[in-house]
Design a binder for this molecule. Sequence first.
Ligand code: OAD
Length: 245
Amino acid sequence: MSRCESEAIAQARSWINNATATTALTGAGISAESGVPTFRGFAGLWKQFRPEDLATPEAFARHPELVWEWYDWRRSLIAKAQPNPGHRALTDLERRAQSFTLITQNVDRLHQRAGSQSVLELHGSIWQLRCTACHREWSDETVPLPHLPPTCRCGGLARPAVVWFGESLPREAWSRAERAASTCDVFLVIGTSALVYPAAGLASLAHRCGAKLIEINAEKTALSNAADLALTGPAGEILPALLRE
Ligand code: OAD
């Protein structure tokens, strides 16, 4: 690590240690080191489809089997994945911080498996299914699913209970996320391309409300210039380094 990088880590550590309220927003990048592919970039393509081609109500209406095939593939990768040191560092922070809110765009539940007690899931969970006919919701962790597309006990077509492009975010989780972003003094934005709204807007909201904005990402993003500190590298290395006493 260069002198500049260790000074940036020391600065971020001091802001975190002195914060009254800390909020973190995570994206697919925090799970990349667990073997879960991110959405954008080469690794994000599945059979030449981009997430925007599959994660929409229109795609599901046209090709439910194809959309389910993609989710079944992601479910099988996530089922094999283990939380990594980045997820675990955030569970430590939850224990240590005076007040801490973890907001995630991820649907993989790896934060909960690492031990995080309270997680605001903005995009739902890949392990929850919802009936498109009777709207019943249930949990199903079977991998692979025996029949695609799966159906509800009422006979209706089931869909993943995740948020697709063009759909609203869960109201309660979103209003808690907005509150946590606007009232924290440190906002960590970790492993997200910050391209998908409204989640990406939480970082600018926090910054406008006076929080120090610390970005942790493998590469520069649209947010990097606005951040008070942009730490470039794998979250699984940077987060544990930040939280080291
Ligand atoms: P993206 O795939 O858009 O971005 C992943 C980010 O993680 C990129 O900026 C990478 O540089 C970064 N990254 C990769 N590996 C990393 C590592 N080891 N450590 C730190 N950073 C790393 O994923 P999201 O921003 O989460 O929504 O995407 C947002 C939403 O778009 C998703 O929730 C999903 C997707 O389509 C829906 O499906 C509605």
